[in-house]
Design a binder for this molecule. Sequence first.
Ligand code: WTA
Length: 643
Amino acid sequence: MSDALIAVKPEIAAKARIDAAKYRAMYEQAEKDPDGFWRGEMNRIAWMKAPTKIKNVDFHGDVSIKWFEDGVLNASVSCLDRHLATRGDQVAIIWEGDDPKSDAKVTYRQLHAQVCRLTNGLRELGVKKGDRVCIYLPMIVEAAVAMLACARIGAIHSIVFGGFSPDSLASRIQDSECSVLITADQGRRGGRTVPLKTNADEALKQCPSIRHVVVAKNTGGDVPMQAGRDIWWSDLCDRQKDTAEPEPMGAEDPLFILYTSGSTGKPKGVLHTTGGYMVWASFTHENVFDYRDGEIYWCTADVGWVTGHTYIVYGPLANGATTLMFEGVPNYPSVSRFWEVIDKHQVNIFYTAPTAIRALMREGEAPVKKTSRKSLRILGSVGEPINPEAWLWYYRNVGDERCPIVDTWWQTETGGILISPLPGAIAQKPGSATLPLPGVKPALVDGEGKIIEGAAEGNLVLLDSWPGQMRTIYGDHARFGQTYFSTFKGMYFTGDGARRDADGYYWITGRVDDVINVSGHRMGTAEIESALVAHPKVAEAAVVGMPHDLKGQGIYCYVTLKSGEEPTEALRKELVAWVRKEIGPIAAPDAIQWAPGLPKTRSGKIMRRILRKIAANETDGLGDTSTLADPTVVQDLIENRVG
Ligand code: WTA
């Protein structure tokens, strides 16, 4: 790993909100006096009743996390209403379509009106505070409108990424018993259409809780509408008033649920509440990106992931920013698309994922260099570790060595960024997320939970709470404690491993649990395994991550067939298609190895450590295999490794 230090640029530091001295002072104050520090920050969002209690957290026992608990607010007011007087005619969202010829601009006033119309429409459909509303939309302005309308009603939105299958959509709707689904006829990506309404219809066969489906017309594709259940967005909203009362919400009332994969079982409904999440979204968006009034900010994530929630919608809009929403993909119609969009809309801050950088890096410098990118000031990275080579390519070619890169480490569970350089305060090292933000107390622990000091490698934990932390797993608080606070008592366990160098900088090394990160998409190996064993010809399956040049990690599956089944190429293809259908295209296996047997301990536990090593072609260091029930299976697996 490269430890080269890239100093803070004087011209950035001179104007930055936070320089090195201020960062240290803020960090110290937040640590010594969290109540005082966050009382000072809480008015960055709009309160109907300001909180008097600030922090009330216990990581032990049943685990209770509360911030600003007696405050009352509505998230949509912070994102919309309070901007009307000062920036009503400023563009809130620049929408850039998949087709470079299609774009749109929506001002704060227009966005407010659209949100109010949908709020009234949803209220007419009977949606009220506390109800769950599922959103299955492409990257169109309606996605932001739908989120904010739910927030205005106090309904809890649960967004499901448009790339998930009908089954994945159905299980998420069932888990939180959503009463309304908001979707579109079709999505568009890279010149192709995504059959959202058709997928939704398939999913809804298993979802009796859904009473209404609101369908946005996007492509105009022909889709069936079920009378009494389905209604076009425009039919519902056009006749509504463009004002709507925001529901007063307690700071600890839920804002949204977002399903994410863990090591075991089905995806968990990560629950975020209103006050703390909004303060964290605003605080981190403003300070990490050093956001200034009037700047154009672009995060390339999808609203189906947490990055889209916090850094396309809630953070930027709370800060009165102009946020760009992109429907397309980095390589359509050409591999210059990102850079062309930056020039077209004069983007100042650009936030993307390492997987996109690595893919574009393969295309060489020419597609970047033919664009200007002069408007850029700050670059960001999120979702997976960025290798120093990709970091340097991004820094030199995209930012012309002018723009600091903020490598932001965080998770769905953390609500927002926790570890990241601040552009005017913290010198960067390519590949390191560097130092914690004020209010964040990371530590490294060994396997027994003992804190390791100094330069070391270990499990990354957080010793104390920050306002944006998730509060529970929807409907299963016991699982929340079990998943995050029981491995190391009294600490939040991230599931990540990290190294800390002599400067105290953190280098995230990746997941230490059975979660894999494929192109920045988080997946549980257990989910893919259960999809595989659901196939009638599969007896057993074990899935691990393998190193992958573009995706970071690829999906490597060991499959044992039922006796009598032939391991053919046709069956291999069938299984890949099967997993795509069961979970979604993002879960398509990269490699399938036929395994006559899997390495198991005598008690029947699969030794994944060995499977990971074989998949990575690191078969020299397999370690002790003598405890296996049948050590000979290992030799067979090594000999028949694929790829
Ligand atoms: C990984 C995405 C290294 C990490 C915001 C984490 C990262 C998981 C980084 C969360 C980064 C995210 N450097 N690893 N800058 N950012 N990760 O929930 O393993 O989709 O635990 O949230 O992504 O993924 P999630």
